[in-house]
Design a protein around this ligand. Structure first.
Ligand SMILES: *[C@@H]1O[C@H](CO)[C@@H](O)[C@H](O)[C@H]1NC(C)=O
Ligand SMILES: *[C@@H]1O[C@H](CO)[C@@H](O)[C@H](O)[C@H]1NC(C)=O
Ligand SMILES: *[C@@H]1O[C@H](CO)[C@@H](O)[C@H](O)[C@H]1NC(C)=O
Ligand SMILES: *[C@@H]1O[C@H](CO)[C@@H](O)[C@H](O)[C@H]1NC(C)=O
Length: 275
């Protein structure tokens, strides 16, 4: 029984946003990693934000939700605690989650029923999120990188015409491609969520893996992960059933998600079936 089992310490080493906050703005597209704070600009803002209204839509067919009405934050939205109005009438959202993606519209009204004073400012918020989705029996780790975007009429066409791309980059800064079968890169897009998975093997540990999102060939934001391993084995139970042999391995998995998550280790139990 020379089983080796590995202790995975998946550290979110740097949850970096190359262009965090307002500097992430390009035209009306803002790209941000989950857990960060963002500020959405109301480019047409007047001096006085009492005429400012912010509306939100996640899908083209969903009803708009009013977040700010004439400078006053609405209570009834789930996330109202994370929202605030900036002095320049921008909409600040703290601790971005994957629920926050969508289309935000800033309007300037002259009063309750008055005409609009300026054209609407339209901002699309795209949220980048990396999760460790799998520790398989083969002790590989799959990192799943996802970009959540506004689901308009045709997501694929929109993503393509805006030239929004998602990719994994290794420690040397080299973009990983599907032709390198070792990394088992897979991708999909549905509901306007683009996914790029990468499966790492033992020799890939202790290295940095970065998921980047680019818009019109410019990197907008990225998330960096380091997978650490050691050869500590904890075999909790060895049970023999009829056949095949079932070995219960307990793998202690500590996942440190940088600033935002708790640092309590998670315990993950894996049932490995050996013939
Ligand atoms: C986000 O803003 C909150 C409140 O201002 C602050 O405590 C926190 O450190 C900020 N987080 C990031 C990632 O900048
Ligand atoms: C928010 O809630 C408080 C008390 O729950 C209430 O007094 C206030 O009028 C509400 N504000 C809005 C904008 O609905
Ligand atoms: C940020 O949101 C996540 C859930 O999306 C939550 O687990 C975490 O505690 C929040 N962090 C802060 C600083 O509020
Ligand atoms: C990414 O990985 C997750 C978990 O392993 C899986 O559910 C999903 O289908 C994968 N996506 C792609 C595009 O391979």
């Amino acid at each position: 029984m020379a089983d080796t089992c590995h202790l995975f310490l998946l550290g979110l080493a740097i949850l970096s946003s190359l262009l965090a906050g307002t500097s992430g703005v390009d035209d009306a597209h803002v790209f941000i990693s989950s857990g960060e704070n963002v500020s959405l600009p109301c480019n047409n803002a007047l001096h006085d934000c009492t005429s400012t209204t912010w509306n939100y839509n996640r899908f083209s067919h969903s009803a708009a939700v009013e977040l700010i009405n004439l400078g006053i934050k609405m209570n009834d939205t789930e996330r109202h605690e994370r929202l605030s109005l900036g002095s320049d009438c921008s909409l600040n959202i703290n601790n971005i989650s994957t629920e926050d993606y969508g289309s935000y519209i800033c309007q300037q009204w002259t009063g309750e029923n008055g005409p609009k004073q300026r054209p609407d400012a339209h901002v699309y918020l795209h949220v980048l999120h990396v999760s460790q989705t799998e520790i398989s029996a083969g002790l590989s780790v799959t990192l799943s990188c996802q970009l959540y975007s506004y689901a308009g009429v045709s997501c694929d066409d929109w993503i393509q015409s805006e030239r929004i791309e998602l990719f994994w980059v290794n420690q040397a800064g080299v973009k990983l491609t599907r032709s390198d079968s070792r990394y088992q890169i897979s991708s999909s897009s549905g509901h306007c969520i683009i996914t790029q998975n990468i499966t790492l093997l033992n020799e890939d540990h202790n290295r940095e893996w970065r998921c980047e999102v680019s818009h019109r060939d410019q990197v907008k934001t990225s998330v960096t992960y380091t997978v650490k391993s050691s050869v500590i084995v904890i075999i909790v139970e060895f049970a023999v059933f009829a056949a095949p042999t079932v070995i219960l391995l307990q793998i202690i998995c500590a996942r440190r998600a940088g600033r935002k998550d708790s640092q309590h280790p998670e315990e993950i139990e894996i049932n490995t079936i050996l013939e």
